[in-house]
Design a protein around this ligand. Sequence first.
Ligand code: GUN
Ligand code: ZN
Length: 447
Amino acid sequence: MGQPSAPSVPSPSLVLRGTLIDCVADPFFVPESEAVRYIPDGLLVIENGHIAALGPFADLYSAYQHLPLVDYSGHLITPGFIDTHIHYPQTGMIAAYGEQLLAWLNQYTFPTERQFQDPTYARQVADLFLDELLKNGTTTALVFAAVFPESVDAFFEAALARNLRMISGKVLMDCNAPDYLRDTAQTGYDQSKALIEKWHGRGRLLYAVTPRFAATSTEAQLKAAAKLLDEFPDLYLHTHLSENVNEVAWIRELFPQYDGYLDVYDQTGLVRERSVFAHGVQLTDEEFRRLSQAKAAISFCPTSNLFLGSGLFRIEQAKSTEHPVNVGLGTDVGAGTSFSLLQTANEAYKVAQLRGQKLSAFKALFLATLGGAQALCLDDKIGSFNPGNEADIVVLNPQATPLLALRNPAPLEHDLATIADPLFSLLIMGDDRAIAATYILGQRVNP
Ligand code: GUN
Ligand code: ZN
């Protein structure tokens, strides 16, 4: 059988009317009034699946009357959400009771991931997983597959069929895991290389070299992962880092010759631009500094960190002016408890509260959109409405449920300061019910 071919890409042209809101800079570092672009009665012009223009409806519409108009007045239109860390094979084991990270992996995760050597089952779950992402307004994700190359094929085939911008890769795991899930430094390298050659850059798909975490890879395997990063342009490195106290202690035992968890990745060549590290809950100040210097990124996964009792991420360390680190939001399903980046922002707000910090609605929106795009080095393509970007878009209904309608009785406000309140209520109370529509390259895909 030949390789699955890319579907004929639909390139719709249309205009959307509604309240446009996106970020053009990082509100952790510049005033929100400069970082957020807000157009109360706006027009978003999509040509050939890409953003062509945006502005006030009254100014722009006359030039685009020839295009089909979809009227979302009373709704918020934002860039599609970006999930910077999630595991598709863990879709069916969300909400596994009672354990913290290391026992949770042994008891629930490894037996679940074993099922993904079956390509039919893997494809079935990949389709359900992508349906769930789109229903929740997530249009791009950085996704762990399983150790089996078949699991990567199944995921990329499903994503390609939907024209999605997705990043994934085969898990590398050559020690401290059940034998049914282990590869070797050499087979992991060879299988990853074959998958990179098959998938990286095909359609909108990109490949991430994916060692699970330092505990399940030998030094030889981590170095082989770095070799792949050297051999192919624009690959990602995707792994876990400093999530749980016992995990960090175990890494010190396993790698006594290194100076801590991040240093294991650093000295094996894995800390670079385009490296995305999930969690970072237990990072030291020095490690934040090193991540900043390397231009690496962190995926902040609050629902997971709370569910597994891992701890509270120190976002202010990542957003310090002295050593800024790019941060995106991750759901980390199945340790995370929701596919919704609205619900993930809700928990991020509470994590900040527990640490005496405030995560404003605009900062949370940034993390779910442009911040995620920057963490994935894709901000020239997604994450904002900048003309030329791919038209992956979400439409939010501030009155989606009776409770939200009670909370947001008034029409949407006409200045940035007052839109903060309905936006905040959507982030705290919203979930898939608040997603009125999701567009992929200008094509409505949900509901
Ligand atoms: N660390 C290593 N593997 C995993 C995983 O599957 N989930 C989480 N949350 N942490 C990990
Ligand atoms: Zn994870």
